[in-house]
Design a protein around this ligand. Structure first.
Ligand SMILES: *[C@@H]1O[C@H](CO)[C@@H](O)[C@H](O)[C@H]1NC(C)=O
Ligand SMILES: *[C@@H]1O[C@H](CO)[C@@H](O)[C@H](O)[C@H]1NC(C)=O
Ligand SMILES: *[C@@H]1O[C@H](CO)[C@@H](O)[C@H](O)[C@H]1NC(C)=O
Ligand SMILES: *[C@@H]1O[C@H](CO)[C@@H](O)[C@H](O)[C@H]1NC(C)=O
Ligand SMILES: *[C@@H]1O[C@H](CO)[C@@H](O)[C@H](O)[C@H]1NC(C)=O
Ligand SMILES: *[C@@H]1O[C@H](CO)[C@@H](O)[C@H](O)[C@H]1NC(C)=O
Length: 402
């Protein structure tokens, strides 16, 4: 009797626990300073200093090289080519960029590894990776120019994402223009095949208007979906921003019809990554100081049930990356508004614990000022962080992460 009674009680307790767990997943409100985290003192890190301020950063797919968008103060932004054969990267050279694309931000690499794309102004710049690495002339091989007639959907490009076949580029325009009713948008560009001398012509196809301040974009591993964050929703009836799910095939031909679904995603969601199985979409909700996880399938089929996890990280997280075969996520907690009693840093998150609703932040790695974007090397051993305000690129030794 007492045996059955205690099993019954156990079931009641388990049911209550699981109810609590389900209720615990709701969107986090806006927050100013995040609670202090334990500082990880045993993580090996090192800093390289620059004259220009590093924004986007990405590793080359073949060589021990990384590329960084270096924002200049005098319309002299460049693409920095970094030697990463040593733990602390060092600058090999800078490729000058056309002045019309001085406001350089995010960086991407084509899937064939041959071209670097920089998001800037009305679209961006295309650079030949091999030419940039060896320093041969004409490394800049094309531009993405969103101006059609005398109108442009936006002049504040933040990120660029390339289609799986490397034939289209999708650029987030943070503020849009009067043409987009001052909402942000995704500009769509066709990338034509390189000519004999390596130059690439591009065609502006159109744009998809989303919420306010469209910033982070990422492609699903099978290339069929583009995810994009808007810091504010299109409606302005909530503090929350949104995560949008976009059909890539439609985006290529008929951009304004490509939106599949939109969910609220905390306060000022700014960057997003997808797991390599395509099942989980992670978002930094900057003004919530939280990392959110969404079920990719439910984002379309059952959006109100898509939120899987909500993790308290540090103050104002922006960039994020997976590490250690996707068992860890690092968020770049920017502290970009320099709140009293807040610190910048990288939160190290245990992915399985986060998805199980368990405590999952393993601690904080100190950084320079305003860590913004994060990249991991193809061999998974090194993470580079652009500390844009202190003009540093910081290397993290992945083997020393908890
Ligand atoms: C850009 O201009 C600033 C101000 O003149 C200068 O300090 C900096 O070195 C320049 N950067 C490059 C890459 O030339
Ligand atoms: C490359 O070829 C295109 C035409 O195919 C031409 O418009 C362009 O000026 C050439 N660029 C250089 C650097 O020679
Ligand atoms: C909505 O909010 C954005 C900022 O997120 C602002 O720029 C825009 O003017 C607002 N629109 C309206 C109609 O209030
Ligand atoms: C990642 O997984 C692969 C195979 O599944 C394994 O060989 C490798 O050691 C793992 N790497 C890390 C950093 O755990
Ligand atoms: C951040 O604020 C403190 C005062 O709270 C000030 O001393 C410091 O210079 C500020 N840092 C930056 C980078 O603005
Ligand atoms: C900052 O932290 C100190 C020490 O904990 C505390 O006394 C102070 O009230 C805090 N200031 C703010 C603005 O939170």
């Amino acid at each position: 009797m007492s045996h059955y009674f205690s099993i019954g009680l156990l079931h009641v307790v388990l049911a209550l626990l699981s109810l609590t767990a389900i209720e615990a997943i709701s969107l986090p409100d806006c927050q100013t300073v995040a609670p202090q985290q334990k500082t990880l003192t045993s993580v090996h890190t090192s800093f390289a200093h620059f004259v220009n301020a590093p924004f986007g950063i990405i590793f080359d797919s073949q060589k021990d090289v990384a590329f960084a968008a270096l924002v200049g103060s005098r319309r002299n932004s460049t693409l920095g080519v970094l030697d990463t054969s040593t733990f602390t990267p060092h600058l090999i050279r800078q490729i000058p960029l056309p002045v019309a694309f001085e406001s350089v931000a995010g960086v991407a690499l084509t899937h064939d590894g041959q071209h670097i794309l920089l998001a800037a102004n009305t679209g961006g710049v295309l650079v030949d990776a091999a030419r940039a690495i060896v320093g041969s002339p004409n490394a800049v091989v094309g531009t993405l120019n969103g101006i059609t007639g005398n109108q442009t959907p936006g002049d504040g490009a933040i990120e660029v994402t390339v289609s799986l076949e490397d034939d289209f580029a999708f650029v987030s325009q943070e503020y849009g223009s009067s043409q987009t009713s001052n909402r942000g948008d995704i500009d769509v560009f066709r990338l034509h095949k390189p000519t004999a001398n390596g130059s690439i012509t591009t065609t502006a196809i159109g744009y998809l208007v989303l919420g306010h301040e469209v910033v982070g974009t990422t492609l699903s591993p099978d290339g069929s979906i583009l995810y994009a964050t808007s810091e504010g929703s299109a409606q302005n009836d909530t503090n929350f921003g949104t995560l949008s799910v976009i059909d890539v095939e439609t985006l290529k031909t008929n951009p304004s019809k490509a939106l599949l679904s939109t969910v609220l995603a905390g306060c000022s969601p700014v960057r997003t990554i997808v797991s390599s199985d395509g099942k989980t979409v992670w978002v930094t909700a900057r003004a919530s100081n939280h990392l959110l996880a969404f079920d990719a399938e439910k984002l379309v089929s059952e959006p109100s049930e898509a939120l899987l996890a909500s993790v308290q990280v540090g103050t104002l997280p922006v960039g994020l990356t997976f590490a250690r075969n996707e068992t860890r996520i690092l968020t770049a907690d920017s502290d970009r508004f320099n709140y009293t009693n807040a610190t910048s840093g990288l939160s190290v998150v245990d992915v399985d614990a986060a998805l199980a609703g368990q405590p999952s932040v393993l601690g904080r790695i100190p950084t320079g000022l305003f860590p913004r974007e994060v990249a991991i090397s193809p061999n998974g051993r090194t993470i580079l962080v652009s500390d844009i305000l202190s003009k540093e690129i910081q290397a993290i030794d992945v083997a020393t992460l908890p």
